[in-house]
Design a binder for this molecule. Sequence first.
Ligand code: NCD
Length: 304
Amino acid sequence: MNGLIDIQQLSTEEIDQLIAKAQDIIAHPDDYAEKCRRKKLATLFYEPSTRTRLSFEAAMLELGGSVLGFSEAQSSSAAKGESVSDTARTVSCFADIIAMRHPKEGAPLVADMCVPIPVINAGDGGHNHPTQTLTDLLTITREKGRLTDMTIGCCGDLKFGRTVHSLISAMSRYRGIRFVLISPEELRVPEHVLTDVLEAGKVDFIETESLTDAMPQLDVLYMTRVQRERFFNEADYVRLKDTYILTPDKLANAKDDLTIMHPLPRVNEISTAIDSDPRACYFKQVLNGKYIRMALILKLLGVE
Ligand code: NCD
């Protein structure tokens, strides 16, 4: 594999190096302004995106490179029936690195296996989203000064939310991490994450339906959107979509140094009244996403 498909491909040492690199970029942006001159990033997005695609593009532009690509399947030859592997082969003639988002789980892996350039998984169905996780880990590092010894609450759609699957998979490898998994019964973390990641890694976790009960224990609260596009019927979505809405009163018994995160887009699950709370970090997360993607592009292109 040339690219980054699953966060498990990176050791914790490599993750720590990427975080250190991102922090160096933040401190010395001018040193990186020409690092990817004449290099091209292609963004192949078969699913909607604002932050992920634009932060990949901003990352490459800030490294002095350029970008090309498409932002909807309908404007690509996928609309004519072209396979992901043929599209990827084609694009690899024009670009040095690919970021791909696709509704089908495994599509970026298929692309990575058939092209000579790195492919980055920018979200594959309800499966994984490794660069969001790198973003989240940089954010936790900057907010908490560490990635160890804390209780992380993940709340909302833990079944279809790919960002949560990758976050659990990454953070489970750090010392002293405890998860509180807060969801309705129907949207619990998939069995494979429970057994292959949490139980296999002997990670401390509990599952609960109550955000209120969980709140006082949390160092990080990771809210998520109910993933409408992955539901089989609209009635279930409508019934579950507003299960958790974080409002200021719900923070009454929260820690003063709680870090409130959300990969965004938010729908209803965090009231805008929380935005001015100093504990709200979701817009900081967006900016961190650009820096960590700059670090990842440098690593995958082998640029010193
Ligand atoms: C997330 C995604 O696409 O999985 N968004 C993102 O990349 N920041 C979360 C979501 O869509 O709910």
